[in-house]
Design a protein around this ligand. Structure first.
Ligand SMILES: Cc1cc2nc3c(=O)[nH]c(=O)nc-3n(C[C@H](O)[C@H](O)[C@H](O)COP(=O)(O)OP(=O)(O)OC[C@H]3O[C@@H](n4cnc5c(N)ncnc54)[C@H](O)[C@@H]3O)c2cc1C
Length: 376
């Protein structure tokens, strides 16, 4: 006998869990199906955990702004400590990158107040660990924050369960059919029946779309690698800013008394349990040694995750034109954590055919900008 729900959400990453929570809070009966043994195992559990209001294209920046209030004042009982802690970001440029950095500053300084331009001297004060003479200019986002991703994911799950939602792990969706106005979804743990299916399958979203007979979504998973290294002796790291190269050729930030760094790689990959390649780790170490004058002797840990992008680097949030009652929530790229609250509200508004909440309209987020119809 199939288990019966109003909505089945495929994927228990931050996208699926946050959307399922907002849907369940409207009174609908919602299940999440996750192929792994625990939620957040793929991209969500591997992020740099940053909220940067100046990161990404203008749609992403508006989604992030609309989400910020949720991060700062989540619903009562969501988490027992703040979800955000201040982590200023410094974008830095060598002489050959200075012009590009200036363009990035002009393009992403939306209200003219968020970002602050720094000359070489101001930069040296703000990032004392940069090698002397390495960077000629930079800019600072003082309002950026570290996100406690684990608390965010589990806060949403707690609210989801309180609203009657069910999370089914070890439940890979292997097939689905639409009949008589309902989807029947096959998993190793049995069948699920629902009126609406939400595809929040991360790097696997295009494959899931094919199973449903939906449009062929041009989604590309791109691998990004990261390492954790010991902090140089004598350097108090916890209050250091995150430092990002002008061309995102590296970034580095404090991580529990150590330093987390990435070479900013974007290597196309099939959907998989991503692992870092030695070459990307070597490039990462080389770049941060040059920028910070470090001598990295030991790598504490390393990992990789898939950031999945559509060609315009904007996520897709809306019903498919071919497959009935099949909803796309995919392509969050490198911004899926910081935009999750706004994406979840938009999903719930479209699925329940309600007007979007004020946070979205105030941020001038139009559903059309995220609709699958913009792609085909
Ligand atoms: C190194 C790195 C750094 C990043 N840094 C940041 C950052 O600082 N800030 C930020 O906002 N974002 C960041 N991101 C991006 C962010 O992690 C992603 O955008 C976000 O996690 C995507 O969430 P998701 O739920 O769509 O995907 P996922 O977390 O991958 O979840 C998808 C889930 O679907 C499940 N699934 C797939 N197919 C099936 C199936 N057939 N049946 C059942 N389950 C299925 C998978 O097992 C998975 O759990 C970073 C990513 C990486 C890799």
């Amino acid at each position: 006998m199939d288990k019966t729900f109003d909505i089945v959400v495929v994927g228990a990453g931050i996208a699926g869990v946050s959307a399922a929570c907002e849907l369940a809070r409207t009174g609908l009966r919602v299940a999440i199906l996750e192929m792994e043994q625990q939620p957040g195992y793929h991209a969500t559990g591997r992020s740099a955990a940053i909220l940067a209001q100046s990161y990404g294209n203008s749609v992403i920046r508006r989604l992030t702004r609309a989400s910020e209030h949720f991060f700062r004042t989540p619903p009562a009982g969501f988490a027992d400590h703040p979800l955000l802690s201040p982590r200023p970001i410094l974008h830095v440029a060598r002489a050959d990158q200075a012009e590009r950095l200036r363009r990035l500053f002009d393009d992403s300084n939306d209200d003219g107040k968020l970002l602050e331009w720094l000359d070489a001297e101001e930069l040296a004060q703000a990032a004392p660990h940069l090698r002397e003479g390495y960077a000629v200019c930079g800019f600072r986002n003082k309002e950026a924050s570290d996100i406690d991703v684990n608390a965010l994911l589990h806060g949403y799950l707690r609210l989801f369960r309180q609203a009657g939602g069910e999370l089914h792990t070890s439940s890979a969706v292997g097939g689905m059919t639409f009949n008589g106005g309902r989807w029947t979804v096959e998993t190793a743990k049995g069948g699920f029946s629902c009126r609406t299916l939400v595809n929040a399958a991360g790097a696997w979203a295009a494959e899931l779309g094919k199973l449903a007979g939906a449009r062929d979504m041009p989604l590309t998973p791109l691998r990004r690698s990261a390492v954790v290294i010991d902090a140089p002796e004598g350097l108090a790291v916890s209050d250091l800013p995150m430092v990002i190269d002008a061309d995102e050729e590296f970034y580095i930030k404090p991580e529990a008394g150590k330093l987390m760094a990435s070479p900013g790689d974007e290597t196309p990959s099939p959907p998989c349990d991503a692992a870092p390649e030695e070459i990307d780790i070597a490039i990462c170490i080389d770049r941060i040694e040059k920028a910070f004058g470090l001598d990295v002797r030991r790598i504490d840990s390393k990992w990789a995750g898939l950031r999945s992008f559509l060609p315009d680097r904007t996520p897709v949030c809306g019903f498919d034109a071919d497959a009935p009652s099949f909803f796309w929530l995919a392509g969050q790229g490198g911004y899926g954590v910081q935009t999750a609250p706004a994406m979840a509200w938009l999903t719930a508004a479209i699925v329940t055919r309600q007007p979007p909440p004020a946070a979205l309209s105030d941020a001038r987020i139009a559903a059309e900008a995220l609709s699958p119809s913009r792609i085909f």
